[in-house]
Design a protein around this ligand. Structure first.
Ligand code: FMN
Length: 191
């Protein structure tokens, strides 16, 4: 791949939401490619801290029930919104797969926690770019109600969840309003 193709892929990558997903399912082989590419992210001291819980098929119904119940449990009665609860469930059930994005901290804590999270983020970018290259839709959602200690029951000892990636098949060439500021506004040259 040359740099022009890579730049094009990076700029074409978008967060694509489940409301645009078709009923088609992503193949097992494509999901495995996405996960394999995640695995090649940079990570300090080779801790490979990312952990993924892949929900598909009837497991999506269990996750949808869990998330909508969690919403009811954690929202204050004044803020409770029945439509929001339905949307939480619908997003999951409209997806082909949902991947919980988790970290297992190095047991010896040789590096700061933020570095493990940074490595997860690099892995997620690999997943995003893989989806773009395969014309699949995905996005990283970070609902506060599942982030934090004991907030997500699908974890093993020492793991924390930092959000869900919703994945699905989309129609090609969705309109996009994505913009970025000029990089010049964020760079200081020190010469
Ligand atoms: C760590 C992280 C958490 C995110 N959490 C949410 C979220 O909870 N809800 C949401 O709609 N988008 C979420 N996003 C996606 C952003 O909304 C999206 O990246 C942003 O709008 C830019 O759009 P783009 O990804 O198409 O460039 C998250 C992105 C990141 C990197």
């Amino acid at each position: 791949m040359d740099i022009h193709s890579l730049t094009d892929l990076i700029k074409r990558r978008r967060s694509i939401f489940p409301s645009t997903f078709t009923d088609e399912k992503i193949s097992q082989a494509d999901i495995e490619t996405i996960l394999e590419n995640a695995q090649w992210a940079p990570n300090h001291k080779n801790t490979e801290p990312w952990r993924f819980k892949v929900f598909t098929g009837s497991a999506l119904e269990g996750l949808a029930d869990f998330m909508s119940n969690r919403y009811t449990e954690t929202i204050s009665p004044e803020k409770y919104n029945e439509n929001k609860k339905k949307r939480i469930s619908k997003k999951i059930l409209s997806s082909s797969h949902v991947i919980a994005l988790c970290v297992r901290r190095d047991p010896e804590e040789r590096i700061p926690e933020w570095e493990e999270l940074a490595a997860l983020s690099c892995a997620v970018q690999n997943m995003y770019l893989s989806c773009t290259a395969m014309n699949l839709g995905c996005y990283w959602s970070s609902p506060g109600m599942i982030i934090g200690k004991n907030a997500f029951p699908y974890l093993e000892e020492g793991e924390r969840c930092y959000g869900l990636m919703y994945l699905g098949v989309t129609v090609p060439n969705l309109p996009s309003k994505a913009v970025r500021e000029d990089i010049k506004t964020k760079v200081a040259w020190v010469k």
